[in-house]
Design a protein around this ligand. Sequence first.
Ligand code: SF4
Length: 361
Amino acid sequence: MDNRIIATYGQDPWKMTKDVLEKAKLEKMITKGALVGIKPNLVVAKPAHTGATTSPIIISALIEYLNEHGHNNIVILESSWVGDSTKRAFKICGYEDISKKYNVPLFDVKQDTYTMKSFNGMNMEVSDKVLSLDFLINVPVLKGHCQTLVTGALKNMKGCISDREKRNFHTRGLHKPIAYLNKVIKQDFVLVDGICGDLDFEEGGNPVQMNRIFCGTDPVLMDSYIASNMGYKPYDINYIKIAEEIGVGSSDIDNAEVIVLDKDESIAKPSPSRKVQKLSQYVNAKDACSACYANLIQALARLDDEGLLHQFKNNTILIGQGYKAHEGSGIGIGKCTSGMCKTIGGCPPSTPAILDFLKKV
Ligand code: SF4
């Protein structure tokens, strides 16, 4: 595990995936002939644009990358949440097509046998197929969760246990079992789909176009970075704190080496999601870049959680390249609004930076 996070922004998930994998030199981490497991997030049978599931484009690019580097012994594994069918999710989310095209089997963990594993006295029924892997690549979605605030690399391992164990996890309060599960199952590489995740719910419904992909080897660090992208501090998420305490990884994003390969220059489009529409009524955007706009929406969502949004009037937060030559009294987000009397720089400014700034104006 190292402290590097390799990130890129844009609208071409295929190229972005290949770019971050090349930079990370993933192929060198895998021994020849190894059985490689790819664990996406297909919690429900909904396509990726709903904000719930891992993009099939990213998975296809990952498989192609592995094949190009001589790694052909691959399996895609998942278990959708209790009550939904993994097979249906494979079909609806486009994974059956991937399986046919690349000759990669799909494995439904719900149909597996399990072995009881234990950490700190907590027993967990873990998929035998997952335990048989030589190398596990986790491909979570950057998104919110109604109970744990965010869901990412650590929580995505819940798809590697029996449905009975998933129910037990909820009874035990989720955070501790999620952290402990990551002592039992080691994920070797994390590739985060931050193209379009949900603001609040793991099952989607309020998608935000975030236009980013990032990867690394430390799941605690990756989840801390996910939390930061959503305006939380790592320790706001209890399972991140527990996972760090028991030695799964480090939450120290301040000292992480974040390598950004490309910026996103696409212009943000209004999202049809009701929650995003509600938050965007405070914003006056003129040609705002997608990543910049997404960081602002995440910051506004956190302000809303804290009951602080009412202090802003409609259309008073300015963002976008259309403000480059403007001067005035508005509240500006990003270096394009440097002519405003209250403004935060950055291109794009991060969600935590926007949040701190808006709390002080
Ligand atoms: S500051 Fe301006 S140029 Fe930079 S990301 Fe934001 S909108 Fe785009």
